[in-house]
Design a protein around this ligand. Structure first.
Ligand SMILES: Nc1ncnc2c1ncn2[C@@H]1O[C@H](COP(=O)(O)OP(=O)(O)OP(=O)(O)O)[C@@H](O)[C@H]1O
Ligand SMILES: [Mg+2]
Length: 335
């Protein structure tokens, strides 16, 4: 059995996983950093210092769970960007030391490719396909010719969908992160209570904009004054519907423009039940079968990075010890 270790420390989750193309995920652990919640967002200095403390025990736990030593690993995959430089450096330095010390091949993985390939953890993706990446920092549509070959179809002009959820959650006084809090609050709300904007609706392109929505919600909340829990639920449901509607609209457009019959959702916002329901229905009606990763592998996790490293290393693409981090950068094809 070939075993690949994945390491993910691009933001505030310290995650390690062992993946085998034969067996799937053999061991997986993520230590979420709870200290950030009281600041209402990720504090980079706290994130990298916490990775320093947590990465070794998380690594030791997955190795123990899988009953393996470094000599049993066929490869190491590590997220080397985009993300917070201090956080990325902790994971990358750890991965390099392990690769050097044990003579294991190393592959740097683009975090967004990791999110897309979370869809390949439980079995190969059907391609060609379209992938909608919706996360805390990204909202993009890609054509996926096959793992390793990606074409950019469109993206957000300003805020990402997850960022919009988080900012609107903050405006409503809901716990951080806003995405799951808004989904929870929206359950008791009326999605038609407020008509929030769907920007770029008629642009004719697969692009998005969510900063106007955030402002519209802020102005509405200021106008409403003191909010009852029912009004919070109605605003949450209406804002969620506006985000989901905008994402569905351009997803359908991407399917229609390309004639693709397979569609994948990826990234933390893919955990949103209303998004999955609406995309499955509307993209399904446009002729594409829709799926998403197992819910636990939507937000940041090392299983997707381990799986991606198997694609890279088995295709003969790896990196040397001069591999560096990058804070920003588009996903490019490598295969
Ligand atoms: N149930 C949910 N509904 C809506 N949004 C959600 C849900 N669960 C998580 N999110 C959102 O997902 C985002 C986190 O996803 P992810 O971990 O993929 O982002 P990131 O790693 O911070 O950003 P990126 O992947 O772009 O670098 C947050 O914005 C969070 O609010
Ligand atoms: Mg992410």
């Amino acid at each position: 059995m070939r075993l690949y270790l994945g390491i993910e420390t691009s933001c505030d989750d310290t995650s390690c996983a062992i993946y085998s193309p034969e067996e799937g995920v053999v061991a997986y652990r993520t230590a979420a950093q709870l200290d950030h919640a009281k600041y209402g967002g990720v504090v980079p200095e706290i994130a990298s210092r916490t990775h320093m403390k947590t990465l070794l025990p998380v690594y030791e736990t997955v190795m123990e769970e899988a009953s393996v030593g470094p000599g049993d690993l066929a490869g190491i995959g590590v997220t080397n960007g985009p993300g917070l430089t201090g956080s990325l450096l902790v994971g990358l330095s750890f991965a390099k030391a392990l690769a050097y010390g044990s003579g294991i091949p190393l592959a740097g993985i683009h975090h967004i490719e990791g999110h897309i390939l979370a869809n390949a953890i439980d079995g190969p993706m059907e391609t060609p396909a379209i992938a909608l990446v919706v996360s805390g920092g990204h909202t993009q549509l890609f054509s996926v010719e096959r793992p390793g070959r990606y074409g950019f179809l469109g993206g957000t002009r300003d805020d990402a969908a997850g960022e919009a959820f988080d900012k609107i959650g903050k405006i409503l006084g809901l716990p951080y992160p806003g995405g799951p809090s808004i989904e929870n609050a929206a359950r008791g709300g009326n999605a038609a209570a407020f008509d929030f904007p769907r920007a770029m609706r008629n642009s004719g392109e697969c692009d998005f904009s969510f900063s106007g929505l955030k402002t519209a919600v802020r102005l509405k909340v200021e106008e409403l004054g003191a909010l009852s829990s029912q009004v919070v639920a109605d605003v949450a449901a209406s804002a969620q519907e506006a985000i989901v509607d905008a994402l569905a609209l351009k997803s359908v457009m991407a399917v229609e423009k390309t004639g693709t019959s397979r569609f994948y959702i990826a990234g933390g916002v893919a955990a949103n039940g209303r998004l999955r329901e609406v995309i499955r229905e509307r993209v399904g009606n446009a002729g594409a079968e829709v799926s998403w990763p197992p819910i636990g592998y939507c937000t940041d996790n090392a299983a997707m990075i381990a799986c991606a490293s198997w694609y890279h290393l088995s295709a003969g693409r790896g990196d040397g010890l001069d591999l560096n981090t990058f804070p920003r950068g588009e996903l490019v094809s490598w295969a």
